[in-house]
Design a protein around this ligand. Structure first.
Ligand SMILES: Cc1cc2nc3c(=O)[nH]c(=O)nc-3n(C[C@H](O)[C@H](O)[C@H](O)COP(=O)(O)OP(=O)(O)OC[C@H]3O[C@@H](n4cnc5c(N)ncnc54)[C@H](O)[C@@H]3O)c2cc1C
Length: 440
């Protein structure tokens, strides 16, 4: 499995590089315009590469399960963020170098006097800068997620479309019809990706609706939504995976929210459960969802799932990060799996431990040890207090630590601390898996 994913991952990396660098190299073949000095050619080359990278961003966020599987959705989104910084740097450097070579070009910045081909380049660059600023500082700018998401998409389309116009407008390297055909092909591919994400995929989701069968109140300001497939058999998922949920509106609206399945993956009738903590405007309304309501699920996604049966599984959960662990534990119990499982579970206090009773009951069905770590323990508490640290590991896990498989999900600060502690304990990267709820 690991090897298969590694090979598939390497193939996708190769294809990605081919799409970014291929058109650039293709421009250097066939008939060429008279050469200019190195820096001018370099500025043009990085402009082309930056644009190709931006276009490919539509593919990275298109939720192609087959592409994202080797890494997991959060890693892909992380890559999407990092690579867009590089792409924007290339696009911004492109005019800066050209201005530095010939400062009189700065006059082109006058929107009213410049030609459309210059203005489209400027528009593309401004849209990209706005896109990055909004993505990096959304919380500081106090922009609501939904509004930001809409702007993110509009700015991305404007940036790429205007960039293409700019490229065609100057067209220095596009005189050869084969090169024109290549870039027309690349553009059609990008438009195709966009149409797939916004129209084809939502159509698939629309044709496979779910009905809410129950809304269960859980400890810790959390509700479990039980959903039954409506007129289709549903899908199979691996414990730890998640789906995008749309409750109000159709899958064409950009309002889907990601939630991990908390139910067992061994349920045969397609029923799925998501346990949702009240953390904002959407999640606070979940308890009002009426039974029988039609909802939509786009999934399953993610690579955060149980591993080698020979390894002890150490599940490290903070707060609502317990949902994937719950699905893993329920699935292992249903499958009669006997591997040892330790759940180190950090919560605010004793009363807010989501699934507290369910977990206790599951202890009788598999080799499960639960260690609660409480931030505000009640008086007389003799268990762990504070946060999950390397010291807590050492008290409850048998060495050698590198022999176990670790699954981490919770607030970012907790995850960073645990990953650091695992590194210090000599646990290799291949032995721990993380799911970050804050990836978008
Ligand atoms: C892979 C994954 C699995 C998750 N599983 C669970 C789970 O099992 N249970 C649970 O309670 N929570 C889970 N979450 C978190 C959950 O998606 C957010 O808490 C929820 O979307 C917040 O929406 P809101 O409108 O209530 O809050 P808001 O106050 O609007 O948003 C709070 C933050 O949540 C994120 N967010 C908001 N809307 C979206 C959206 N449409 N898509 C993506 N992120 C968004 C943004 O970072 C935002 O800043 C998961 C998140 C991810 C990424």
């Amino acid at each position: 499995m690991q090897l298969r994913y590694a090979v598939r991952g390497a193939v996708w990396v190769f294809i990605y590089l081919l799409f970014v660098l291929g058109p650039l190299f293709a421009l250097l073949t066939g008939s060429l315009p008279p050469a200019r000095d190195f820096w001018a050619e370099f500025a043009v080359a990085i402009g082309y590469s930056g644009l190709a990278m931006m276009g490919l961003q539509f593919g990275l966020t298109a939720r192609f399960r087959y592409v994202t599987e080797p890494w997991g959705e959060d890693v892909i989104y992380h890559f999407h963020r990092q690579i867009s910084l590089i792409a924007v740097a290339l696009v911004v450097l492109h005019p800066i170098i050209l201005f530095a070579l010939r400062p009189q070009r700065l006059a082109m910045l006058n929107f009213f006097q410049a030609s459309w081909r210059v203005n489209s380049g400027a528009l593309s660059t401004y849209a990209l800068i706005a896109l990055v600023v909004m993505a990096l500082w959304r919380p500081m700018l106090k922009i609501r997620y939904e509004a930001w998401h809409l702007w993110h998409m509009v700015l991305a389309v404007v940036a790429v479309a205007a960039g293409l116009l700019h490229m065609v407008g100057f067209g220095r390297y596009l005189l050869d019809p084969r090169k024109q055909a290549l870039w027309i092909g690349v553009t059609i591919f990008w438009i195709g990706l966009l149409l797939y994400v916004r129209i084809v995929k939502p159509l698939f989701v629309l044709r496979r609706p779910y009905r809410v069968a129950e809304v269960r109140t859980e400890r810790g300001d959390t509700w479990t939504l039980v959903m039954q497939p409506d007129g289709h058999p549903g899908f199979r998922f691996s414990p730890g995976q998640f789906a995008w949920l749309t409750v109000w509106g159709s899958p064409f609206k950009i309002t889907a929210h990601p939630f991990t399945f908390s139910s067992s993956a061994a349920i045969a009738d397609g029923r799925v459960e998501m346990s949702i903590r009240n953390l904002g405007d959407f999640t606070s309304a979940i308890h009002e969802v009426p039974v029988g309501k039609r909802v939509y699920l786009d999934g399953p996604y993610g690579a955060f799932t149980i591993g080698n049966p020979a390894d002890m599984h150490v599940l490290l959960a903070g707060g609502i990060g317990v949902t994937p662990m719950m699905s893993m534990i329920r699935t292992l119990a249903d499958r009669g799996d006997r591997r040892p499982v330790i759940l180190l579970y950090g919560s605010k206090d004793w009363e807010s431990i989501t699934f507290r009773e369910d977990l206790e009951a599951l202890k009788t069905r598999l080799d499960l040890t639960i260690v609660h770590v409480l931030e505000n323990p009640p008086t007389g508490w003799t268990g762990e207090r504070g946060f999950i640290t390397a010291e807590v590991f050492k008290r409850h896990l048998p060495p050698p630590y590198a022999d176990h498989e670790y699954f981490i999900c919770g607030p970012d600060a907790m995850m960073d601390a645990i990953e650091q502690a695992l590194k210090e304990l000599g646990v290799p990267l291949s032995k721990y898996h993380s799911e970050r709820y804050s990836f978008v």
